[in-house]
Ligand binder design. Structure first.
Ligand code: GLN
Length: 491
């Protein structure tokens, strides 16, 4: 059997359209690899082998009769983070409170994937309700980093990133509220893009913090990430926060140009001064930035003074919104319900006590506290003021620069168990990604080298709806280096 699982999504699609690979052959290759390797990596909560093969057979039949509208992702095997609704397929958010939930509808992104001809392989693991940075908060299973099974894949989209890195999916979808696409992509040595807030519909995404959540692609290279973005982006009347500007990303195509002449690249000095950055991460990122300069970009220093407070503001705003969003999980209409109770209130309390894990409870309590009367002004309002300052800092920086570059994470993948008992040190994993969510900007993480054998991510941040500039910069870097070709040795 050919090693089709190593190919990029774009390549698989080309080979399928050219008749060199059948969709069934592609799907079977992945399903076999999942059966052999996923017991070690544990990226998937649910696999949908029968539906995938059924769909592959239909694609093959359509191609045989010369159908020319098979879609830009025809025969590409995709994995979906398990906080996006899939009709008839269990969707858990990695929480016991939803472990029997089968949605009656597809999220808009899932609907668009079907329309583009993709083959859905299954649903991937995450930190419960996407709260975490290591996927260890999953209430269902522990995903491992394919580069080192003793280490975490990052989170919360750890299953989606590990699946792509371990060749268990051609491409995948994650969601990013404070770093959950970019940070696991960095830890697993793959590409992860968080689009501009409002670029991708969140209809059918199980909400964590609605003013921050975005869905985006995780891929083996920048070309694949751009291809998936162009399918999922676009205005959607089912999501009131989806923006009309999103339509300019629909059918977006990357150009072949690898020159960065005239591009102004800003390095935020506060990020590079920070204490917590591993020396290996620093070296790889500084070399990457020097490489951007060698492609014609001019690199200068910029300042984002409020980012020092961004993490604190995020850990008020995100839990505040979560405490409200998660109020709907009460055992009444869907999901888990406790078996013994003697009143309605008792049912609510026991259901939530038994159904939610510790991190989710911590967030609900912090959020409820921050929103309670008397504390609202002191915490929530202050945090919102910081958020405004973070937005302004980026606006000022973008007056002088076209993109801002930084490490994605301060460290490489840490060991499983290392931070589980210390939530504060876990929260620090998102120091460089959270400001981007607070400002609603697009940000990508691309592989830029290894430190002690583990992948390092370079983050490239752009102006709202300027994904094209972010992707062009990332593409130029990738095409002129070979960091994205480094693969975990997992056999
Ligand atoms: N790690 C961050 C948190 O725990 C971000 C999570 C996310 O982006 N979903 O909230």
């Amino acid at each position: 059997m050919r090693a089709t699982t190593k190919l990029t999504a774009s390549r698989l699609n080309k080979l399928f359209l050219a008749g060199e690979l059948s969709a069934v052959e592609i799907a079977e290759g992945y399903l076999e690899r999942i059966a052999a390797v996923d017991p070690k990596v544990q990226a998937y909560i649910t696999t949908t082998a029968d539906a995938a093969l059924d769909r592959a057979r239909k694609l093959d039949a359509r191609r045989k009769v010369g159908d020319t509208e098979l879609g830009p992702l025809a025969a590409v095997p995709v994995a979906i983070k398990d906080n996006m609704c899939t009709q008839g397929i269990r969707t858990t958010a990695a929480s016991r409170i939803l472990d029997n939930f089968v949605p009656p509808y597809d999220a808009t992104v899932v609907h668009r994937l079907h329309g583009a001809g993709a083959i859905i392989l299954g649903k991937t693991n995450l930190d419960e309700f996407a709260m975490g940075s290591s996927t260890e908060n999953s209430g269902l299973l522990q995903t491992r980093n394919p580069w080192d099974l003793e280490r975490v894949p990052g989170g919360s989209s750890g299953g989606s990133a590990a699946a792509v890195a371990a060749d268990l999916a051609g491409i995948s979808l994650g969601s990013d509220t404070g770093g959950s696409i970019r940070q696991p992509a960095a830890f697993c040595g793959v590409v992860g893009l968080k689009p501009t807030y409002g670029a991708v519909s969140r209809y059918g995404l199980i909400a964590f913090a609605s003013s921050l959540d975005q869905i985006g692609p995780i891929a083996k290279d920048v070309t694949d990430a751009a291809a998936l973005l162009s399918i999922i982006a676009g205005n959607d009347r089912r999501d009131a926060t989806s923006a009309p500007e999103a339509n300019k990303l629909v059918n977006f195509k990357l150009g072949p140009d690898t020159s960065l002449d005239g591009l102004r690249v800003g390095m935020p000095k506060e990020f590079f001064l920070s204490q917590g950055m591993d020396p290996g991460v620093r070296t790889a990122v500084e070399q990457a930035i020097a490489h951007l300069a060698s492609l014609g970009a001019t690199v200068g220093e910029c300042s984002l003074p409020s980012t020092e407070y961004a993490l604190d503001a995020y850990y008020v705003i995100a839990p505040a919104e979560a405490s409200s969003n998660l109020a709907r999980f009460d055992g009444v209409r869907y999901g888990y319900r406790t078996s013994e109770y003697d009143s309605l209130m008792d049912m609510y309390l026991k259901t939530r006590q038994e159904g939610f894990g510790p991190e989710v409870k911590r967030r609900i309590m912090i959020g409820t506290y921050a929103l309670s009367s008397g504390y609202y002004d002191a915490y929530y309002k202050k945090a919102m003021q910081v958020r405004t300052l973070v937005v302004q800092d980026f606006q000022n920086a973008f007056n002088q620069f076209d993109v801002i570059v930084a490490p994605t994470t301060p460290t490489t993948a840490f060991r499983a168990g290392e931070k589980v008992d210390d939530p504060l040190s876990m929260y620090l994993a998102d120091t460089y990604t959270i400001p981007v969510n607070l400002a609603g900007l697009p940000g990508i993480s691309i592989p830029c080298g290894l430190a002690d054998g583990l992948p390092v991510g370079l983050q490239i941040i752009g102006r709202p709806f300027e994904e094209a500039t972010v992707l062009r910069t990332a593409y130029a870097f990738e095409k002129t280096t070979d960091h994205h070709l480094a693969r975990p040795s997992l056999s």
